[in-house]
Design a protein around this ligand. Structure first.
Ligand SMILES: CCCCCCCCCCCCCCCCCCC/C=C/C(=O)SCCNC(=O)CCNC(=O)[C@H](O)C(C)(C)COP(=O)(O)OP(=O)(O)OC[C@H]1O[C@@H](n2cnc3c(N)ncnc32)[C@H](O)[C@@H]1OP(=O)(O)O
Ligand SMILES: Cc1cc2nc3c(=O)[nH]c(=O)nc-3n(C[C@H](O)[C@H](O)[C@H](O)COP(=O)(O)OP(=O)(O)OC[C@H]3O[C@@H](n4cnc5c(N)ncnc54)[C@H](O)[C@@H]3O)c2cc1C
Length: 551
């Protein structure tokens, strides 16, 4: 995050100075925004940077315990520079949060600079190879030039000048990383399902008839139900990530030309896609672990590491709930635009047809299911806005009415995101398989249908509310879904092999290409320190005296 922020928040002159040093790793940096007391609410950050025109420096201070920076990766022991997000004061006025480049350690000795308090925050659920740190300042001075001045400037005499065309321009790095995290979710989920599918082809358990041999667990319908949605979701996330990357690049190009019109839509999309992709990836990686039974619980399966790593992505760079609520803000505005007969931006354009007051006729084709997901999102949005307005009519303030409606707002944003993801999944497959063989097309479409049927069956309650789906339609969809799992089964191992992940990347005794699961599990077990000696010292110190009644 250090380098992208240098690129996004510095003037060309500042970039010319800092970027080569960072890219050559003459300096190592991190992004220190979150504090002990505040992560989500950026405007509530307490670290201060007060401009002193006499010395042309900013004085950095951490006025309270809760103002200490907390969490930045590499901060504890590795980095010597930081991007610090602090409340800017000049001429006695607070201008809100701004980013500053702050040297925290000596470039030669690596000792913390006087006035800097820095350390490690301690062990975490995962990410324990990263020294996430804390950081506090006591009247620590940095040169005026170290304020990142692309979007706002403080002149030598302390005059504050706003440059950016958009109020949230300084939040740009977060948007960028949210876009990258969708790709990261796809990659890690692909790893988990490669491990679980390969293992399920090796693992045999139970014999349905007394004569036959034990089945590969991959042959069980329930196992296919657990795993094939993981493969389909990895594809869906990968294709959505490519699409989102293009949307991001187009918006960035427009901003460079001075046009910020598409930023709100990009923010709404990157927020909900980051939220849903990280949450889905984390829960499906856990499902892959369940699919590997007891051996999935071994660290040597690789799955606990993956889960611990990915579950953090649901929180960092904007918590799941918070980001869905950002998308909900955008959706409520879109609803108001429909009411006012105004045009809508592309990803919400489906709303313009959606508020008919009638249930959408059910159609179980892939296009029909996408339209149903859109109807569901529109229906939820409409009910949410009704609740919001009812609360406003009862005399509540907008903020109070909004807060009471946030459960519904999150539901509407989730449904909208699922509809967007399904639509993108379909159009990207169509685009990418124009010249593919019929067999490749068939397999990709089978997976795509698994995604649609799975989520339609997960949301039958909502479909009953907002479409004309009947009990027999649901029954028929369930049978089609189960049939599809059997069609995919013969290709399942080939499909995960096609992720093309080397054993070194998977790092798993269960998921290696050669399938030598039991040999690898035993070899990993031999590495346990407890196996280094036949009798452990604890036997002599504790067990034996206890057994002899001498403890
Ligand atoms: C094909 C793809 C190729 C890719 C290549 C692949 C390579 C992959 C490998 C790379 C791996 C990448 C992995 C990287 C890992 C890095 C590790 C990261 C470690 C973690 C770091 C961090 O966590 S840093 C800290 C992050 N913190 C947060 O995210 C805080 C969350 N909070 C917020 O963002 C905001 O405070 C907020 C959204 C909650 C709200 O802010 P605020 O209170 O100030 O605003 P309002 O709610 O009042 O809203 C006002 C108005 O502004 C709009 N808005 C808010 N944010 C933005 C924004 N970012 N952009 C644009 N607009 C924004 C908001 O919607 C409101 O609009 P209205 O019009 O008024 O409604
Ligand atoms: C592994 C890891 C690495 C990180 N790396 C960095 C880093 O390099 N740099 C950095 O600056 N930060 C980093 N962070 C911090 C991270 O960005 C924050 O933890 C994250 O943004 C969530 O903020 P928070 O911890 O304040 O959660 P909180 O906001 O305190 O959330 C707690 C709960 O309250 C809910 N909540 C909060 N506000 C609202 C609201 N308005 N409405 C409804 N519900 C609400 C949330 O949904 C959540 O359930 C990292 C975090 C982790 C876990």
């Amino acid at each position: 995050m250090f380098v992208p922020t240098l690129m996004g928040q510095c003037t060309p002159e500042q970039q010319a100075y800092w970027l080569p040093r960072a890219l050559d790793m003459q300096i190592i940096g991190t992004y220190a925004q979150t504090e002990l007391g505040h992560g989500t609410f950026i405007r509530g950050l307490e670290t201060t940077a007060t401009y002193d025109p006499e010395t042309e420096t900013f004085v950095m201070n951490s006025p309270t315990l809760t103002s200490y920076k907390w969490w930045a990766g590499g901060l504890a022991k590795t980095v010597n520079y930081c991007i610090v997000v602090a409340q800017l004061y000049t001429k006695g006025v607070c201008h809100g949060t701004h980013p500053f480049i702050v040297q925290i350690r000596d470039e030669e000795t690596h000792m913390p600079r006087p006035g800097v308090k820095v350390g490690d925050i301690g062990p975490k659920l995962g990410f324990n190879t990263a020294d996430n740190g804390y950081l506090g300042f006591d009247n620590y001075r940095i040169p005026r030039d170290n304020m990142m001045m692309k979007n706002a400037q403080v002149l030598k005499d302390g005059t504050y000048v706003k440059v950016a065309r958009h109020g949230k321009a300084t939040y740009g790095t977060m948007v960028f990383v949210r876009v990258l995290l969708v790709n990261e979710a796809a990659f890690n989920l692909a790893k988990a399902c490669t491990i679980a599918v390969r293992y399920s082809a090796i693992r045999r358990q139970c014999s349905p008839d007394s004569e036959g041999s034990e089945l590969q667990v991959l042959d069980y319908s329930t196992q296919q139900h657990k795993l094939f949605i993981c493969i389909a979701t990895a594809h869906a996330l990968q294709l959505n990530s490519t699409w989102l990357w293009k949307t991001f690049s187009d918006t960035l190009a427009a901003i460079k030309q001075g046009n910020v019109d598409t930023l709100p839509e990009l923010h709404a999309l990157s927020s909900c896609l980051k939220a849903l992709s990280t949450a889905d990836a984390a829960s499906l990686i856990e499902q892959c672990r369940h699919a590997c039974g007891g051996h999935g619980y071994m660290m040597s399966s690789g799955l606990p590491y993956l889960y611990a790593f990915v579950t953090a992505t649901r929180t960092y760079e904007g918590d799941y709930t918070i980001l869905l609520l950002q998308t909900a803000r955008f959706l409520v505005k879109a609803y108001e635009q429909v009411e006012a007969g105004k045009p809508l931006t592309p990803t919400v354009s489906y709303l313009s047809q959606a508020f008919t007051g009638k249930k959408l006729p059910w159609d179980s084709s892939p296009d029909g299911i996408i339209r149903a997901f859109q109807a569901l999102a529109a229906g939820k949005l409409s009910s949410t806005v009704k609740s919001l307005r009812k609360r406003l009519e009862s005399g509540l303030s907008y903020e109070q009415a909004w807060e009471l409606s946030t459960i519904q707002l999150n539901g509407a944003a989730e449904a909208h995101c699922r509809a967007v993801m399904s639509q993108n999944y379909k159009s990207e497959i169509e685009r990418l398989t124009v010249n593919s063989s019929p067999n490749v097309k068939l397999v990709l479409q089978q997976l795509y249908k698994v995604y649609l049927y799975y989520w339609a069956l997960e949301r039958t309650g909502d479909l009953l509310l907002y479409t004309s789906i009947s009990e027999s339609d649901i029954f028929e969809l369930q049978l089609r879904y189960e049939g599809l799992l059997k069609e995919i089964r013969p290709n399942a191992v080939g499909i995960v092999d096609a992720f093309d992940l080397r054993d070194e990347v998977l790092h798993s005794a269960l998921g290696s290409y050669d399938g030598n699961v039991y040999e690898r599990l035993m070899a990993e077990a031999q590495k346990s320190p407890l196996n280094a000696e036949p009798v452990n010292q604890t036997f002599h110190t504790y067990l034996k005296p206890m057994m002899k009644g001498k403890l």
